[in-house]
Design a protein around this ligand. Structure first.
Ligand code: BES
Ligand code: ZN
Length: 613
């Protein structure tokens, strides 16, 4: 038995592997919990060598576990750090290699569940119904049900969900059966493509849907439906066409987008069949839908071909950012869009490296995850350093050759998980055939170990700056103290061009004066922008300028969006200029934030209590 390669699971998945999972839950909005059962089918990997199955769990209330429908001996062990409380189930006779055993687990989630957020009707936009949603990546699925919570194991799923409100899950919806007790309806979904536990997803609430493409709908609250449809309908099929041309046809059937309430902690989450997305992408100008190109790209990188552990997370995100940029360049029919997005990404990478320190473990492409919570290691590093590594390979072998490698890689590893070394081997094997003889010298020079384990910034390539030159020019003018701005400076720009400009100003050696900051906000319409990306970037400049007149707007924004990209960066800056205001604002909005966001901001602000284990 090879030891397990994922340090963030306590499950013994070397001995048993989940093949199918049936989740049968009632959504109890009054008690704010899911209750019901999961039936997990596990295949023995050894010939009776293991007489125990160990699953991950975290704050789940387990009532009973049966083994092949008979009573079993089981125990939930004590918590050990971020990994949670392993559940041990005795399998007295073991099982022959390839034999399948069935665990039936009766459970309810608890108020300490880190994956679920429960919103009261008052916290939703039409105030009519409560809302709940899950976020399982990276290791939160174990707080919904005991499972082998590792991206190294994939299972097909059946969902049978009872709820008084519409349900969405990470499977293909089956015709709905209306019979159920009380107000509940039963919603069924099936996921026939094996998926890792972190892609398990559920949401329920007052959800309506409208078509946005040939196999796509957008789902969201009835009040937001029209705007959400408008935002996405023009580009959805274009994204899909572009992605299919770069990799190979989409394998999941439908691709839908669920636009969540504003406390959704990420920009997007690539839950299969239903990408979950922040409402901040619905900005009324189609300027923030790159997120959808990104989540769609995960249908190949991440969802079909998956990182074998969170130490190799760059394989998910670096590849996805690369595909996202290829998709954007393709739909604009202009390669400068690829570089433009990469320039913005480079800036994010620099900020992450600066935040951690250039020698920090978390600035490596492959990060040691032993004993750490993957949420703590999360940053732009796997995205952008991962992107730069993939892009460097693309440039090394040439676009035409790399374009042949892409479908090969995704077909070879489809429905499997891999680590960085398997990636290396796949790449080298592909280019080892005689037709690539002329590349051998270059291939031998790739410093794989250096790429995987050197902290800090990777080598910076030359970018095509044609879309950012105007941003540099305007930023240059702002360096001159007597510059008088006009709204026409930026009125014809894309949102991302304004963002690059703001990032440049943020990096000035000297902060802006209070007057400059105020005039920038007013003249360019930043403080009132519906584009949260721009508003948040502007507020960073205002805080650096110590422009206290901007603080009420910052506080207001922190009560309106729960996307961590904005919330964490705004709090980090706010606490530097006005600690009391930061703490007060956090406490006021504590219930509004998703548990994952709440926990991370608590740590960022130094408010977290040490975990008792
Ligand atoms: N899979 C990620 C979100 C994620 C990562 C959730 C790690 C939990 C743990 C998703 O695909 C993502 O990268 N979202 C980005 C979108 C952006 C890069 C376009 C986000 O949320 O900002
Ligand atoms: Zn992603």
């Amino acid at each position: 038995m090879a030891p397990v390669r994922d340090p963030n699971t306590q499950s013994n998945y070397d001995a048993w592997r989940t093949r199918h999972t049936m989740a049968d839950f009632a959504v109890d909005f009054a008690a704010k919990c899911l209750r019901g059962s999961v039936v997990i089918e596990l295949e023995s990997q050894t010939d009776r060598a293991s007489t125990e199955i160990i699953l991950d769990s975290s704050f789940v209330d387990v009532a009973d576990i049966t083994l092949n429908a008979a009573p079993s001996k089981w125990e939930v062990k004590d918590r050990t750090g971020p990994s949670g409380s392993p559940v041990h189930i005795a399998v007295p006779d073991g099982a022959g290699k390839g034999e399948v055993v069935k665990l039936g687990i009766q459970l309810a989630t608890t108020d300490k569940c880190t994956a679920l957020q429960w919103l009261s009707p008052a916290q939703t936009s039409n105030k009519k119904a409560p809302f709940m949603f899950s976020q399982c990546q990276a290791i939160h699925a174990r707080s919904i049900f005991p499972c082998q919570d590792t991206p190294d194991v994939k299972s097909t799923y059946d969902f049978v969900i009872r709820s008084p409100h519409v349900v969405v899950a990470s499977g293909v919806p089956l015709p709905e059966a209306t019979e159920a007790a009380g107000d509940d309806k039963i919603y069924k979904f099936r996921q026939n493509v094996p998926i890792p536990s972190y892609l398990f997803a559920l949401a329920s609430g007052d959800i309506a849907s409208a078509p946005i493409g040939r196999c796509s709908s957008v789902c969201t609250g009835p009040n937001e439906l029209k705007a959400s449809q408008w935002e996405l309908e023009d580009d959805m099929d274009k994204f899909l066409d572009a992605a299919e041309k770069i990799v190979f046809p989409y394998r999941w059937g439908e691709y839908n987008v669920l636009v969540l309430p504003p406390s959704f902690p990420y920009g997007g989450m690539e839950n299969p069949i239903f990408t979950f997305a922040t409402p901040t992408i619905i900005s009324g100008d189609r300027q923030n839908i790159d997120v959808i190109a990104h989540e769609l790209a995960h249908s190949w990188s991440g969802n079909l071909v998956t990182n074998g552990s969170w130490e190799h997370f760059w394989l998910n995100e670096g590849w996805t950012v690369y595909l996202e940029r290829r998709i954007l360049a393709s739909i604009h029919n202009n390669n400068a869009y690829f570089d433009f997005s990469a320039i913005i990404g480079w800036k994010h990478l620099e900020m992450s490296v600066e935040e951690f320190g250039a020698d920090h473990e978390y600035t490596k492409l492959c990060i040691n995850h032993k004993g750490i919570d993957p949420d703590d290691a999360f940053s732009s590093v796997p995205y952008e350093k991962g992107f730069h590594f993939i892009y460097s390979l693309d440039r090394l072998v040439g676009r035409e050759n790399f374009d042949k490698f892409i479908p090969h890689y995704f077909a070879k590893w489809a429905n499997k998980s891999l680590d960085s070394y398997e990636f290396k081997q796949t790449f080298l094997d592909f280019f080892s055939t005689p037709e690539y003889a002329s590349l051998q010298g270059k291939l031998a020079e790739i410093d794989w170990e250096g790429r995987f384990y050197t902290p800090g910034l990777p080598p910076k390539p030359e970018f095509d700056t044609s879309l950012v030159d105007v941003c540099f020019q305007l930023a240059g003018k702002w360096k001159q103290k007597d510059f008088s701005p006009s709204s026409s400076d930026t009125s014809s720009w894309t949102g991302n061009q304004v963002l690059v400009f703001l990032n440049l100003v943020q990096n000035f050696e000297e902060p802006l004066t209070v007057e400059q900051s105020q005039s920038m906000g007013k003249v360019y319409g930043l403080a009132d922008s519906k584009n949260v990306e721009l508003k948040a970037a502007y507020y960073q400049i205002a805080m650096r300028a110590k422009d206290t007149s901007a603080y009420p707007g910052i506080v207001e924004l922190l009560g309106e969006v729960g996307r961590m990209k904005f919330v964490r960066t705004l709090f980090r800056s706010l606490t530097k200029v006005d600690r009391d205001l930061a703490v007060k604002t956090f406490e006021k909005n504590r219930d509004f934030y998703h548990p994952i966001c709440r926990a991370l901001v608590e740590k960022d602000l130094g408010l977290a209590e040490a975990e008792s284990s």
